[in-house]
Design a protein around this ligand. Sequence first.
Ligand code: HEM
Length: 432
Amino acid sequence: MDAETRATPDKAAPTSTAPGWTDPPPHVPPELVVDFCRFTDDRLRREPHRRVSEFYATLPPVFWTPRNGGHWIAARSSPALAMLKRPDLFSSDPRHCPAMVREPRTNPNQYDPPEHTQMRAVVGARFDVGAIPALEDGLRARARALIAEAAPRGRVEFLSELAQRYPVEIFLEMAGAPLSDREALLGMVERFTRAPDLADRLAALRELADFLEVYIEERAACPQGDLLSAVATGRAGDRPLNRGEQRGMAALLFLGGLDTVAAMLSFIMDYLARHPGQYRRLVTEPDLLPRALHEMIRYFGVASMDRAATGDFEFEGLRFRAGDRISFTTQTYGLDNPRIENPLEIDFDRRMAPHNIFGAGAHRCLGAHLAYAEMRIFLQEWLARFDHFEIEAGAEPETFSGIVWSPVAVPLVWDPSVLRDPPDAAAKGDHG
Ligand code: HEM
């Protein structure tokens, strides 16, 4: 935050000529205006979960920032949950807010009920908790193969070499697409999630949808029972999905589970490498893993999303105008529950504490069960081989703070001569 644009509770709203700066509109009271950029604020660079949570605790639970075109931020989980449960007021439909428009319109997250309900049903059952056991062997084989490739080297940049590859491979398997597509997809994802320029990011999304459309066309002609076949033959109520809806759904199913899982798993591995005592407990007490993972997921939220006000109205004492954009920073929605004791501590002995880092309401993450399974299985496979690993000397825990928060890099090192052998290749779940 620079000197001339400091947050000024109880004073006139701050003003500035910074790029993207929009002076607050008349319906926003000055005491709710806070100069906070959700992409560049200094607190986001290091330990963002702790630092942003501490900062948010000093602010109104929902505030308005003049940065990035001007928008609300639902900073605390309690008002956020109430808002997310009112899609009639806080809509996901980009037609209410030009800043949310993209091509393709991603599906189902950019649709409101009742259309959203029909769209989500096209693939919903494939991500239900009951569908996960059938996927576990495949997840385990992928995790095991990636770890086996890295293990003899004694060093890996975890984010790019393992964490990003793992969900891409899982998607390719679920989509019935060949592994040879992996590098092309990784390139598009890198641009979509990291390009500094919005136009570049949107171009990468279109390119990704074009890429997946080739599969959609093939599956429409010859359905095969995989995820993209479900998209290609899906129906919204009594009509087939049109091509735009199919493109938007394929792109979201790929992207939704990619950067999020890669980023969260990387935060977790960075944490475990820097806290060998906690890692050791997982080695010696394997039954602790589900609870410990839940606790780390609660702490390391990664995603944020937007909604647009559908009209002029008052909600819980705040005045909104049609087209107002509201950003929901779920990254910290596991850290502000007053019923959790010391929420900024990662405590593996804590009873599973509630969190909302997968969102809430009709759009609650479709892939939450899959994400849990992916991370649990990856950690089980890692624990099976490594007694000890470390963060490379001198590596600072820097964070990239886009729509998805992520470590910039997680360089891990270990002594390859003391690794445990790979689990028995004949063991259940080993396909690789
Ligand atoms: C740690 C991992 C993940 C996190 C933190 C996460 C977070 C979220 C959040 C916060 C939402 C709500 C968006 C909104 O309300 O607009 C969401 C929706 C969604 N997520 Fe995830 N996600 C993760 C993994 C996955 C995975 C593995 C998939 C697999 C395909 C996935 C697919 C989706 C889809 C399709 C939606 C849209 C749901 C709807 O609009 O009904 N996510 N996710």
